[in-house]
Ligand binder design. Structure first.
Ligand code: 5AD
Length: 357
């Protein structure tokens, strides 16, 4: 193991920060031994803050319609083979009620940027969930909207918002997205979300096309500066009907290593072991947890919706990916000494500005 890299891990754990060059050296130079060391330290940090708790979120995929044309995503508007659907308010409430019975206390409403799912409709759903289950948190993941709309979502009772920044490098962003999408606008949305009062999450894909070690280092530096309460990272997985159909998938090893670095950077961060990680590696959930993750988002969507909501090929959707498979997830987590809890899973000690105190 290279001692210079061990020192960088020490420095990150101590100062919760590194120069971009430090992150880059770690991404470029880590071997399995160093990844193991970082994982053990990250696991210790997550234990110190969260004990053995694993937070679960019930994921409800509310719409597969999308006005955007992101080159990597199976829901892109130019994918004519994507089966489009939109869940009714009643359907969503049925998913929530079922999830509540199963023990979920956070619901994530995620969808493509579907303008037919307008502000009024979404605010109504959020308000209904909060009325029916006042002890639950609602997370939205519905993309870029005007600040007033974010404000309306928050006023309706939504607690958290996930908006992956996708990449911190504008030039890389331009190679993943059509010209009409703007990196600056995406970052402005994250700023708006925080100012409006949301608990926020950013994130990126690991191994996305054209991504370099420098890009990943810039992502880590960006997250260090933003200090989001939540951060979603998972490997890129190709989708057959996109321009990136023949690009290789991202690596589970590197994803887990980055989870460890993010945990060392911010011990309080809510860090999911994502479905994409479980898709590229059968035991991805466990490996993610052992590397420092502390959140899992099983799928609560109706079965027919799950089959249509395909961001990438081979999406893991059975066993512990599915909300009905909670028993399986519990068993898997118990197998690595962790415990799925019935809890909103709020960020610890967060101030309105999102910084740890
Ligand atoms: N592989 C992995 N992740 C993807 N996402 C979209 N398409 C893919 C893909 N092909 C991620 C994006 C988006 C989130 C909802 O899913 O980062 O923000």
């Amino acid at each position: 193991m290279r001692s210079d890299l061990v020192h960088l891990v020490d420095e990150l754990a101590e100062r919760r920060a590194l120069p971009v060059e430090g992150y880059q050296a770690l991404v470029e130079g880590a071997d399995s031994e160093l990844r193991g060391l970082a994982a053990r330290r990250a696991f210790e940090e997550r234990r110190r803050v969260f004990g053995d708790a694993v937070y679960v979120r019930g994921l409800i995929e509310i719409s597969s319609h999308c006005r955007n044309d992101c080159l990597y995503c199976g829901l892109r508007r130019s994918n004519a083979s994507c089966q489009r659907y939109r869940l009714s308010t009643e359907k969503i409430m049925a998913c929530v009620d079922e999830g509540y019975e199963l023990g979920f206390r956070t619901f994530v409403l995620q969808g493509g940027e579907d303008l037919a799912f307008d502000d009024e409709r979404l605010c109504d759903v959020v308000a209904r969930i909060k009325r029916a289950h006042g002890d639950c948190a609602v997370t939205l993941s519905v993309g870029e909207r005007p600040r007033e709309v974010y404000q309306a979502f928050h006023d309706a009772g939504a607690d958290r918002f996930l908006l992956r920044h996708e990449t911190a490098d504008p030039a890389h962003y331009a190679r993943l997205h059509p010209a009409e999408m703007s990196h600056a606008h995406r970052l402005a949305c994250l700023r708006d979300l925080r100012e409006v009062g949301f608990v926020i999450g950013c994130g990126f894909m690991v191994g996305s096309p054209h991504q370099t070690a420098r890009n990943i280092a810039l992502d880590l530096k960006f997250i260090e500066g933003l200090r989001p309460e939540m951060c979603g990272i998972g490997p890129f997985v190709p989708h057959h009907a996109t321009p990136f159909a023949h690009e290789p998938a991202g690596s589970a090893d590197l994803t887990c290593f980055l989870l460890s670095l993010l945990r060392l950077q911010n011990p309080n961060v809510l860090l999911p072991a994502t479905t994409a990680l479980a898709t590229v590696e059968g035991d991805g959930r466990e490996r993610g947890m052992l590397a420092g993750a502390n959140v899992v988002m099983p799928n609560l969507s109706p079965a027919d919706a799950r089959e249509k909501y395909l961001l990438y090929d081979g999406k893991a959707s059975s066993g512990s990916e599915a909300a009905e498979g909670l028993a399986d997830l519990r068993r898997r987590m118990a197998g690595i000494g962790l415990r799925v809890v019935v809890d909103r899973g709020d960020p610890p000690h967060a101030t309105a500005a999102g910084t740890a105190i």
